[in-house]
Write a protein that binds this ligand. Structure first.
Ligand SMILES: C[S@@+](CC[C@H](N)C(=O)[O-])C[C@H]1O[C@@H](n2cnc3c(N)ncnc32)[C@H](O)[C@@H]1O
Length: 280
């Protein structure tokens, strides 16, 4: 089969399955399956796929058509300019989480805390601590997750990007004592009742442990906010990513635990997405 015919078939199969950006996806899958870049596919449309390449490409297209996320097929997702390994054990890093990472880096640089500790809670693929370890000069970085399989992926990502991160298995902050100058967390925050309505790629392929946050989505943040003062330095700050419509409840819970909101950052859709709190 010629490359142009393969791409046309792939794009049409993906269109039929309701997949976004079908032609671009077909080109990415061809690169993954047959090592033919999108540029080469366009430049040499007459190139013939051998039997193995054709079978691998068709299998990849069928997986994507059945709802498997592209990132699980190619095995990685870019975050903050770095490629992170992803498997079904971890959440695929999202663009909005870059807002959290950038604000934590800015804070670190303003207050230059040489030798102080940062901890990321609910680390998943490790995208947050890996970027912080690379960008926050002088920081010592820890990362916690309750999922041992997620931490295996995070460890590989830290090695891949030469990031010195100390990984801990545990429930929220229970296994660490600090003191931490910066605590970051993108914990599960989807209300349980909203899970059936999520896109199939998220609902069926991101781990439920990475999504479900109890009846109003704030169960994990409730527990985290109740405990965080124990591990924060006196001038430390907690950076959390939250879901749409949760900002008010989050600030109220923080205030109940002696924390004050110092910053709220919107995502590109104007939704308050990152809350920064400090001890009062
Ligand atoms: C929404 S994902 C975020 C992953 C990663 N931080 C990111 O931004 O891509 C939430 C993560 O929290 C972890 N998690 C869930 N409950 C936890 C708990 N009680 N203690 C620690 N981690 C938890 C999940 O295993 C998952 O990796």
């Amino acid at each position: 089969m010629r490359v142009d015919a393969a791409v046309a078939w792939g794009a049409s199969r993906l269109t039929e399955a309701g997949v976004e950006a079908p032609r671009r996806t077909a080109l990415w899958l061809l690169e993954h399956a047959a090592d033919i870049t999108p540029t080469a596919a366009v430049a040499y449309p007459e190139r013939l796929l051998d039997e193995g390449e054709r079978a691998a490409f068709e299998a990849a297209v069928e997986r994507r058509a059945s709802g498997v996320p592209l990132q699980h097929i190619v095995g990685e997702q870019e975050f903050h300019g770095l490629a992170f390994e992803v498997t079904p054990a971890v959440l695929i890093p999202r663009a909005e989480t870059e807002i959290l990472v950038e604000s934590a880096i800015a804070r670190w640089r303003e207050r230059a805390g040489n030798g102080k500790w940062i901890v990321d809670v609910g680390t998943g693929s490790g995208c947050i601590p890996v970027v912080l370890a690379r960008e926050c000069a002088g920081a010592r970085v820890a990362a916690v997750d309750v999922s041992a399989p997620a931490l295996e992926v995070a460890r590989r990502n830290a090695i891949r990007h030469s990031a010195d991160v100390h990984f801990v298995t545990g429930d929220l902050l229970s296994a660490v004592s600090g003191p931490f100058a910066v605590v970051t967390a993108n914990l599960p925050y989807i209300p349980d009742g909203d899970i059936p309505e999520l896109q199939r790629e998220v609902r069926d392929h991101d781990p439920r442990l990475a999504l479900a946050g109890g009846p109003d989505g704030l169960d994990l943040y409730r527990r985290m906010l109740a405990d965080v003062s124990r591990v924060l330095t006196p001038d430390g700050a907690l950076f959390c990513e939250i879901g749409a419509g949760q900002a008010e409840a989050y600030s109220r819970i923080a205030a109940e635990h002696g924390l004050r909101l110092v910053e709220s950052l919107d995502d590109h859709a104007g939704i308050p997405r990152v809350m920064v709190v400090e001890r009062r």
